[in-house]
Design a binder for this molecule. Sequence first.
Ligand code: ADP
Length: 382
Amino acid sequence: MPGKEAGGKGSGLERLERELERIFASLGHGMYVIDNERTIRLWNRAAESILGWTEEDVLGKDCRDFLGHQDDDGVQICDDTCPLKATMDGSQTIFAGTVWANKKSGELVPVNVSCAPLFDDDGNLAGAVEIFSDVTVEKEIDRVKSTLCSVVAHELRTPLTSMRGYLELVLGGDAGELNEEQRGFLQVVEESAKRLTELVNDFLDLERFESGRIEMHWENLDLEVLVDGAIRIFIPAAEKKSLKIITEFESVPQVLGDRSRIQQVITNLVSNAIKYTKIGEVRIRTRSENDKVLLEVRDTGVGIPEDELGRVGERFFRASTASSTGARGSGLGLAIAGEIIKRHEGELRIVSSLGKGSRFSVLLPKAIERTRISSPGEGKDG
Ligand code: ADP
């Protein structure tokens, strides 16, 4: 973004800045604009009230000098993984989710951020804008929810196992003949108990991932083979909705991964694509992208509203569009997929357009690249 004193190309951008300033000054969301050097050029009132830094403190300064964005593990993300920088590098909107930012008082505050690149009148990249909101309350609710669910999940597992065991015996005729009505009722109970067990298992699985207590079994994998396997399971569901499943496989190198976990990710993405699509198609493709292999699942479904995208992948989060499909879900599948991808040193990208469809891309390091950075010994987690 050219300096204020620059004329020509700069004046168009200054007008844009002033317009943005007027629009966003009254917003409840914090907002700031940086130029290509990451110098702050615009800082709204909500940003000041969330973080305490005034316009005077920040204008003309490098955002890295005081915002100190970090992730949930306290790792600084101001350099390589800065969402604003990524936005500018890719020249596309990136939703970074929740990060922690430094308040002027010295405390850290969790903020949900969305970033987008800004272009000048000639279409050249001129900087980026970040919109953020304080999610302290949501984080706390999340913590309480997590503790509560964890206790409940552990307590539910044993009685559920016993219920399902006895149901199986009764349905198998071990307790005498059942009439059709009794069998029908018990099958509904069995189906509900199964769903509850899946939910409890998903929750405990996620908990184990988050606390690093999941054992991974590393091997070289062909994504194409795994995708083919996953698709086979979903053909009946897709046919029922007259959805086409299309694959576009480029010949890609193997990835180093845990077979059942990568299968779980693929299954979740394909299952979601079918669940949240009423008409059209689900397209799955693989291709190489630098030192990574990309697996993309794209659908023509209901999409996800832009202001909810940043929360997709949070535990129990379901987008408002999910209910329009009548599809059941717990909002845990993508949270688990996200953890699995993280353990593979991969990345999950989500792009969605409301009413038009979504694209979920998983980037996984090529097997050869991965063994170079972590020895096979390190690859075996305990
Ligand atoms: P669920 O069990 O609810 O499907 P997930 O964790 O797999 O849970 O997904 C979380 C939420 O993300 C879903 O409830 C849905 O709102 C949204 N979502 C996931 N995939 C898609 C998709 N392909 N299209 C639209 N929305 C999706």
